[in-house]
Design a protein around this ligand. Sequence first.
Ligand code: UFG
Length: 323
Amino acid sequence: MRVLVTGGAGYLGSVCAAHLVENGHEVAVLDDLSTGHRDAVPDGCRFIEADLAEAAPAVLAEGFDGVLHFAAKSLVGESMEHPERYWQGNVVTTLRLLDAMRAQGTPRLVFSSTAATYGEPATVPITEDAPAAPTNTYGASKLAIDHAISSYVSAYGFAAVSLRYFNVAGAHGRFGERHAVETHLIPIVLQVASGLREAVQIYGEDWPTADGTCIRDYIHVDDLADAHVLALRHATPATHRIYNLGSGTGFSVREVIEACRAVTGHPLPARSAPRRAGDPAVLIASSERARAELGWQPTRTELHRIVTDAWAFNQRHLSLDRS
Ligand code: UFG
C-alpha cells in the first residue's frame, strides 16, 4: 500500500514507518520537526517537512491508500497548563486531516490514541468497553478525535482503527525515544544510568499496590508497530474499530528500576517523591480484542527485553552525540 505517516520523525511514528517499509509498503513521512528528528525518518521513506493542517489537502491529493496518524502533542502536564495547544494541535489539526481524506477519497486511517482516554479505571484489566472519562486534556483531546473519527466513518464510509496505547517503551534499532522534555519512567531511569541525572524520583510509595508504587502495562514499541501494520490490513470500510494495546502484565515502578539495574549494571539511586497529580495506581490493558480480531501477538513482553532494547538505543545515541 501507499501509506502516509504523519509524525513519522517521532518515536512511535519512526518505528512504525520502519516496520511498514520492512513489510513492503511505500511510505511517505510528513512531520514539521517540532518534536521529531530528521535523522529518525527511516531509509526508504520519502520525507515531507510540513505543517499537517496546512499540507494535508495537497499531500493527500497525490493519492494514498491509507494514513497512519501519529502527529500530536502528548505531554499530560503541558496539556493541563496550555489546553489550547491540545485542542488546536491535536483536535483541529486532525479535523483538517479528516476533511482532506474525505475530499481526496483516502480509504483508510489508523489513529494513535491512548489509554489516557479512560482516566481512572473502575476495574482492571481495562477493556475497550470501559467508561471513557479522561482526567487530563491530553486524554480528552484524543477521545474527542475518536468521536470525530466515528462520525466521519459512519457518514463518509472510510475504514478507521484507533489504537489505544498503554506504556510504550523499548526501541527498534536506531529508532527510539528522544524527547527534549522527558517525563516517562524508563528513559528517565536510563538517563540516570548514563550519568545525565543523579537519581530517579519515585512518585509515591504509598499506593495500594504490593510494593506501594504505581503499576503500569509496558508494551514494546515493536509489538506496537506490528499492531499498526495489522490494523492497516484489517481496516474495514464504514467501520471504526478501537483496540487497546498493552502486554496485559503490570510492573511496578520499583520493578522497572530493578530491571534497569540488572540491564545497565548501575546502582540507580532512587528517592521517594510525592505522588504525581493525575496518576492512577494501576493501569493494565486487556488486549483480547486486538488479539482476536487483528490476530495480534505481542512477543517482546518481558520487561528485561524492553529495557535492554531501550538501553542499547540510549547508548548508541549517547555515543553519536559525543562523537
Ligand atoms: N514515574 C516515577 N518517576 C518518574 C517518572 C514516572 O515514579 O520520574 C512513575 C509515574 O508516576 C507512573 C509510572 O512511573 O506511575 C509511569 O509513568 P510514565 O510517565 O512513564 O507513564 P504514564 O503511565 O504516566 O503515562 C502513560 C503514557 C501517556 C498516557 C498515560 C495514560 O506515557 O502518554 O500512560 O494513562 F497518557
